[in-house]
Design a binder for this molecule. Structure first.
Ligand SMILES: Cc1cc2nc3c(=O)[nH]c(=O)nc-3n(C[C@H](O)[C@H](O)[C@H](O)COP(=O)(O)OP(=O)(O)OC[C@H]3O[C@@H](n4cnc5c(N)ncnc54)[C@H](O)[C@@H]3O)c2cc1C
Length: 492
């Protein structure tokens, strides 16, 4: 029986464990955090997962409640392989799809089916991925399902599957070095409350996240300004997996400065507010900018808020905010869209100001050039095309005309009080650059040869995302590469 050590206990690690266990391996998971903080970024997620599907019939076997009474009244559409390909390609800066991206796409649906066989079930994301139209729920962004109970539910169900299959997990075991003999990885050194220990094994699967929580590495790989980003997720993702593998001669793959970063509430602390349950922490996110406008400290708009569905912009707009003077922005809405704003805008700890006139609102917005902000709103309002109807279920083409930076879709005038403005800053979610793997999730060295006994999955795999990210792809990537790493290591 193969002895496999998996480092990390998030979605990627747990998928690797399930897969290795079902192929007859003996699995021990080593997790740096105590049990109460384990599960990594995966615990913070909404559990949304992007995958290829052709119709509602493909979704039904994955559902926690296929008899939900809303289902007959829902247009789920489809998400084709070609659409997933073009979504990823649109962020590749002209590069063709990488091997890793093709693996993600080709295995996405099958991996979701595999999870559902292990009793990990899913719900349609009615709250954030549909708008109601003519009495029907319309999905609009290629992302339809989230794990039952969101990230917390996903990790709990996966952990239950690991335990049912006989896997073991040791908390407060922080991997600090890989052991090797010749060119083969043979074990791991860990820091534990009892001191440093060596654990020997046949294979190591690295699944311990990117380097987003490591300020020094962020500065080194991504540039000085990334020191100012706030970390949205786990404080334990310090890049240890990448560093340990690089020390053994592994190759780095992907954009070192690529990352997922999102507009977040100005007052969110690092790692979210850890005094509240995981499920509430994501409410600091503020991603409904497409329903209004964003202005920077100088009072200028700086992105086309409606350039695409927000699933294709929210992970890039964090960086856009970081790059603004003083690295913050304000999002401005009027009451026409109030009901469409996600629940997070009504979160008890949301920062915002409110007023009955635009002038009074702007007076309440701290840190900005108020005169310019008023001018920006006025010229935006004057530029809105009134001949097109607003429709958030499609790219409606309701645009502004004649501005130096137009808004391409969903451009409503800001004219119905009360008005609200939300201050936001950049929250880093996870890093894109990481280890180079082959189709078996084996870590490759500088000459593209597998480092024997070493596998990788999840955030620390490079070459899956480059300049951007279609929402819900991170968990699917972790599951796809975790499943592959687990069974190849078990069968090696
Ligand atoms: C707020 C938020 C919301 C998100 N929402 C979504 C979403 O809805 N859908 C989606 O697809 N993606 C989402 N993401 C991205 C998603 O979280 C990641 O892509 C995914 O969870 C990464 O999984 P992973 O298993 O690779 O890493 P993680 O889940 O972060 O797990 C890494 C684990 O490794 C452990 N670890 C780190 N270093 C060591 C070490 N040296 N030794 C031992 N253990 C170590 C950590 O403690 C952690 O448990 C979100 C992220 C955040 C922060």
């Amino acid at each position: 029986m193969k002895k496999i050590i998996i480092i990390g206990s998030g979605n990627a690690a747990l998928c690797a464990a399930i897969s290795a266990l079902e192929h007859g391996a003996q699995v021990t998971i080593l997790e740096a955090a105590p049990e109460t903080e384990a599960g990594g970024n995966s615990m913070y997620t909404a559990g949304a997962m992007r995958f290829v599907y052709n119709s509602k019939e493909d979704l039904l076997p994955l559902l926690n409640d296929p008899n939900d009474e809303r289902i007959p009244n829902t247009e789920f559409g489809s998400y084709s392989k070609e659409k997933f390909q073009s979504d990823l390609l649109s962020f590749n800066d002209g590069k063709p799809l990488s091997l890793q991206q093709n693996i993600l796409i080709d295995n996405s649906y099958e991996t979701l089916r595999w999870l559902s066989h292990h009793n990990i079930k899913f719900d349609p994301i009615y709250s954030r991925q549909t708008f109601e139209k003519d009495g029907k729920f319309i999905f609009w962004g290629g992302l339809t399902l989230e794990a039952e109970g969101e990230g917390v539910g996903l990790v709990a169900s996966e952990l239950a599957a690991v335990r049912k299959l006989g896997g073991k997990i040791r908390y407060e075991h922080k991997a600090i070095k890989l052991l090797s003999e010749g060119l083969k990885v043979t074990g791991v050194i860990c820091e534990t409350p009892e001191g440093e220990i060596e654990i020997m094994c046949d294979h190591v699967i690295l699944a311990c996240g990117g380097f987003e929580a490591n300020k020094a590495l962020r500065k080194e790989y991504m540039g000085e300004q990334w020191a100012n980003a706030i970390v949205r997720g786990s404080k334990y993702n310090l890049g240890a997996g990448i560093s340990m593998a690089l020390e053994l001669g592994a190759a780095f793959e992907g954009n070192p400065d690529g990352c997922h970063a999102t507009p977040m509430d100005m007052h969110m602390p690092n790692y979210g507010n850890t005094d509240i349950p995981y499920i509430e922490r994501k409410n600091y996110r503020k991603i409904c900018y497409f329903l209004g406008i964003m202005v920077n400290a100088n009072g200028h708009r700086f992105v086309d808020e409606g350039i695409n569905f927000r699933n294709y912009t929210y992970a890039q707009f964090g960086k856009a905010i970081l790059e603004q003077p003083e690295s913050f922005a304000w999002q401005i809405f009027d009451s026409k869209v109030d009901e469409l704003l996600y629940a997070e805008y009504r979160f008890w700890d949301a920062s915002f100001v409110e007023a009955d006139t635009i002038e009074a609102l702007v007076q309440k917005m701290d840190g900005i050039n108020k005169k310019q902000t008023l001018e920006t709103i006025l010229s935006y309002n004057n530029a809105v095309d009134h001949t097109v109807n607003f429709d958030p279920t499609i790219l409606d083409g309701k645009a502004t005309k004649g501005l130096s930076l137009n808004k391409t879709n969903w451009a409503n005038t800001l004219d119905r009080p009360p008005y609200k403005a939300y201050p936001v800053k950049c929250g880093i979610t996870f890093t894109y650059g990481g280890l180079k793997v082959n189709k078996n999730a084996q870590v490759l060295d500088q000459s593209d040869q597998p480092i024997r006994g070493l596998y990788a999955c999840g955030e620390l795999v490079g070459g899956v995302f480059y300049k951007g990210y279609p929402g819900g792809s991170g968990l699917t990537s972790g599951a796809v590469f975790g499943k592959i790493a687990g069974h190849t290591a078990a069968n090696a």
